[in-house]
Design a protein around this ligand. Structure first.
Ligand code: MTE
Length: 319
């Protein structure tokens, strides 16, 4: 099966995919050829909850085309920001390893037709999942390229049926200081909270992530479900989401509450707007040789897709 190539700035050739992704691509090919379709369908019913939705298929529309490579899995799953567990990126994995994230449900409330509580595995079974290779840029000026698995947030919003008066979505992470030792540090306004404007939330790039590298999301990456908004700094991509609230008020986020002059509501990746304490013009791809830096792109390389959302807005003010 040949792939139709388009010239979008954020696509990457299949040849840059890591081994595991290639493996799944071959399965996609076979499935496309009609050889595995039935087997996959049967297998789906036998999957345990922990593997809900897998194997996923790479969506060819979301493959980046630049001379960068997908970040090695050991960095994606071993260098994490998850303050509920630890402030030390390399310690998060260990601190979170015994945390139980199943069963897990998301409470939907606020300006919706019908408030509800939805089981994550049921959502995965209902919507299915796909793999997308996204650029990921942390506000701390490092970056990764990651094959996330998940479903568009839009599907969940359509299911929730928000009222037309709802203009924003607020996301709230779990709250469990007994399990997550970092939450005992009460100088942070726990639980971790984030928000999006409704049109940002409905954008096709906005993903609810349930896996990475074709496997269920490990605890340290925000199991069992987290957000991924690839044109925004990583802190917007809230992990381990337990509540979603539809509202007409711009939500407060944890970082915005702690340091509003440093972390705005929008947090769009912007090389021209520096963090008050460091430049955002360049970034360090994790795993790169000798800490080599590369230029940061406006909207993290997704300007073609998303810049229209911010037409007429002063992006220096609305950082
Ligand atoms: N979500 C929660 N609940 N807690 C956090 O500390 N950190 C954010 C974001 N989501 C964070 C969070 C930040 S600062 C970043 S850069 C990304 O998660 C890191 O995601 P990763 O560990 O999968 O790379």
């Amino acid at each position: 099966m040949t792939q139709i190539r388009s010239n979008k700035s954020w696509e990457i050739p299949e040849s840059l995919a890591v081994d595991e992704a290639d493996f799944w691509n071959r399965r996609t090919f076979l499935k496309g050829a009609g050889l595995m379709g039935t087997t996959l369908l049967l297998c789906n019913h036998q999957l345990s909850a922990a593997t809900a939705g897998f194997p996923s298929q790479r969506n060819p529309k979301y493959n980046l085309i630049e001379a960068e490579k997908i970040t090695e899995e050991k960095y994606v799953t071993g260098y994490n920001n998850f303050y509920e567990f630890s402030l030390d990126k390399e310690d998060v994995k260990d601190k979170a390893k015994h945390w139980k994230t199943e069963p897990w449900s998301i409470e939907i409330s606020g300006m919706v037709q019908k408030p509800s509580t939805l089981d994550v595995n049921e959502l995965i079974n209902e919507f299915g999942i796909e793999q997308r290779v996204y650029r990921f840029r942390c506000v701390e000026a490092w970056s990764m390229i990651v094959p996330w698995d998940g479903f568009p947030l839009r599907k969940l919003i359509e299911k929730a049926q928000p009222l037309s008066s709802a203009k924003y979505i607020k996301f709230i992470s779990f709250d469990d200081p007994e399990e997550a030792p970092g939450m005992k540090n009460r100088s942070y306004p726990w639980p971790y909270t984030e928000g999006l404007r409704m049109d940002e939330a409905l954008h096709e790039l906005t993903l609810m992530v349930t896996g990475v590298f074709g496997k269920p999301l490990p605890n340290q990456n925000g199991a069992p479900v987290r957000l991924m908004v690839p044109w925004k700094y990583g802190f917007k991509s809230i992990k381990s989401i337990q509540k979603i609230e539809f509202t007409d008020q711009q939500p407060k986020s944890l970082w915005n509450e702690l340091a509003p002059q440093e972390y705005g509501f929008y947090a769009n990746v912007n090389p021209e707007v520096d963090h008050p304490r460091w430049s955002q013009a360049k970034e360090r791809p994790i795993g790169s040789w000798f800490f080599q830096k590369i230029p940061t792109q406006p909207f993290n390389g997704y300007a073609e897709e998303v810049s229209s959302l911010y037409k007429g807005m002063d992006l220096k003010k609305n950082y």
